[in-house]
Design a protein around this ligand. Structure first.
Ligand code: PEP
Ligand code: MG
Length: 325
């Protein structure tokens, strides 16, 4: 099977009816980045910048961050890389940042909440990203946004850093894109407000479903109690895809479900054309894409959304079997 997937490496992921599906890779350390080449991924859809901070015994300095981001951009060559700004807190506590004990860390002081309370941290990271992407495209994504105002505030800091770079005569990136992760349910009711302010969005289904189904993503006792392909999960994912389409804002999903062929199939049926997963999943998901009639699948999935009353998982397995996928 591995050999079969390796043979698919240079095949463009296109469905039988000609839809281009962008299969991107999740990464977190520079050593992951060479997998971009051997997996044949369409760039990095999620680069978790916090990993460099987690393996370091002190706060990585500006020049260290620049070097890391430059190395990633060089390895990725001309493929797009989406850098997620620090997603610390929750279960990812840094020993050198003072953090009081929290009874519910997943709902606590984390990600953009820390960044906006400690703007020096965020601004240093933005400065490093701007410098590392000089002359290239910078794509930066803000995690754990709960309210549009947070994205606006982050953009304010980005503008300050752009002005700072200009003032000091640094070469700027060719383009700067700032996106938001959709992973806190409150954003589901602010899509029409946040989409016009975001250059792209990316669904963090790991956190989104944890909060939607009130099931701790790290607790094995509850992890199997809900199915992301049940009606509430499908409806939420569809609503996001429809809103992104309406506002003409590029959409990706970068949670674990993107890497499982049946779930990835459901996503394509719901209108997703860009999904990001671990490098090892690219081959199996691409094999599925190459056998898929996206139009036929989409009608099947949308009909199920109207009439179904349970998880679509079993029906998708039937669909796959009937269509030799
Ligand atoms: C997510 O929440 O789905 C996500 C991609 O981010 P992380 O797993 O790092 O929280
Ligand atoms: Mg998340």
């Amino acid at each position: 099977r591995q050999a079969q997937y390796a043979r698919l490496r240079d095949r463009e992921p296109r469905t039988l009816d000609g839809q281009r599906i962008y299969l991107r890779m999740n990464a977190g350390l520079p050593i992951d980045v060479p997998h971009l080449v051997d997996s044949g991924a369409d760039g990095i859809g999620l680069y978790r910048t916090e990993l460099q901070f987690m393996i370091s015994s002190n706060l990585p300095r500006l020049h260290q961050q620049i070097r890391t981001y430059q190395e990633i951009m060089d390895t990725a060559d001309d493929k797009p890389v989406v850098f997620r700004t620090l997603d610390i807190g929750g279960d990812k506590v840094l020993p050198y940042i003072r953090h009081t004990h929290e009874p519910n860390p997943a709902l606590g002081w984390r990600a953009i909440r820390i960044a906006l309370d400690r703007p020096a941290l965020l601004r240093t990271q933005m400065r490093a990203l701007l410098r590392a992407c000089a002359g290239r495209d910078l794509r930066m994504m803000i995690p754990f946004v709960t309210d549009v105002a947070e994205l606006r505030e982050a953009r304010g800091y980005l503008n300050k850093e752009l002005a700072h770079a200009k003032r000091h005569g640094y070469e700027l990136p060719r383009e700067v894109h700032m996106g938001a992760m959709i992973e806190v349910p409150s954003l589901l009711w602010q899509l029409d407000e946040i989409l016009p302010e975001a250059d792209f969005i990316s669904v963090g289904s790991n956190d989104l479903f944890q909060f939607l189904f009130a099931a701790d993503r790290g607790n094995a006792n509850v992890a199997a109690r809900f199915d992301p392909l049940s009606l509430p999960g499908l409806r939420v994912l569809r609503q996001i895809a429809e809103s992104a389409e309406r506002h003409k804002v590029p959409l990706t999903l970068c949670g674990e479900i993107a890497g499982r062929p049946i779930e990835a199939m459901a996503l394509i049926g719901l209108g997703y054309r860009s999904i990001s997963m671990s490098a090892a999943s690219i081959g199996p998901v691409k094999a599925m894409v190459l056998e898929l009639d996206a139009q036929k699948l989409e009608s099947y999935v949308l009909e199920w959304l109207e009439t179904g009353n349970q998880s679509i998982r079993a029906r998708l397995r039937d669909f796959a079997e009937a269509n030799n996928i």
